[in-house]
Design a protein around this ligand. Structure first.
Ligand SMILES: Cc1cc2nc3c(=O)[nH]c(=O)nc-3n(C[C@H](O)[C@H](O)[C@H](O)COP(=O)(O)O)c2cc1C
Length: 209
């Protein structure tokens, strides 16, 4: 099978994309609007970019229908701050609850039963039950259209990292203890704990990392 994505309806292209880029980590993003209303939603088009400065990005797509912006994007445009809370298996159900398309202004901390914890350097609260939380300030938003199926790339600078002490060992985060979930296609998820394997990377005199 081969296909040029721009010949497809966006939902068909979307299915190919989420079936190809797997498993995806999940950014559980807490934001606040100008009036202080809090929002919490998961985004699996998410990755790290670089370490110095520590940069991350995630991609909210436009809503089906009129192509409206999701609440997370609207809030970040307004207040330029967000927290990426990492999703461990213990909060997977609550994360899924926060993907419900509630009306703007709905506080998903309340609908999911998760707990707000004050951030150190920014206004949106962290998810207390998340074991790793990244406080971010907005660097830039790259737009790829304003219709359904299109979306934006939100690039943020991490200004504070919180890691639960029990997971932090010798300068690293213990993956098994973190127990992060990955998103696969559709409603399926993966674990990072079962059946992992090791590949030792070769180094050369030219490259040290
Ligand atoms: C695991 C998971 C991953 C998701 N990833 C994305 C994503 O990368 N981009 C996106 O636009 N929506 C994604 N969604 C859907 C949003 O979470 C959903 O549209 C949510 O209602 C957006 O909330 P907001 O309008 O409050 O920002 C995902 C949903 C789930 C359950």
């Amino acid at each position: 099978m081969k296909v040029q994505p721009d010949t497809l309806a966006w939902k068909e292209a979307y299915k190919l994309l989420i079936g190809s880029v797997v498993p995806r980590p999940i950014a559980f993003v807490s934001t606040m609007d100008r009036s202080g209303d809090v929002n919490l939603a998961p985004f699996s088009f998410f990755t790290g970019i670089c370490a110095d400065p520590m940069m991350v990005c995630f991609a909210p797509m436009r809503k089906a229908g009129e192509g409206d912006k999701k609440d997370t994007l609207l809030n970040i445009e307004e207040t330029k701050e967000f927290v990426i809370n990492i999703v461990s298996e213990k909060i997977a159900e609550q994360m899924n609850e926060c993907a419900t398309p509630y009306a703007k202004g709905t506080d998903e901390f309340l609908t999911s039963g998760l707990t707000k914890e004050l951030s150190e350097l920014i206004s949106p609260p962290r998810v207390k039950e998340s074991d790793v939380q990244l406080e971010c300030t907005l660097d830039q938003i790259v737009e790829f259209g304003n219709h359904e199926g299109s979306g934006s790339l939100v690039i943020g600078k991490v200004v504070m990292v919180h890691v639960r002490d029990e997971l932090y060992e010798d300068g690293r985060i213990n993956t098994k203890k973190l127990s992060p979930v990955g998103r696969l296609a559709g409603q399926e998820y993966s674990r990072a704990t079962a059946d992992t394997f090791t590949l030792i990377r070769k180094t050369t005199a030219n490259e040290k990392s």
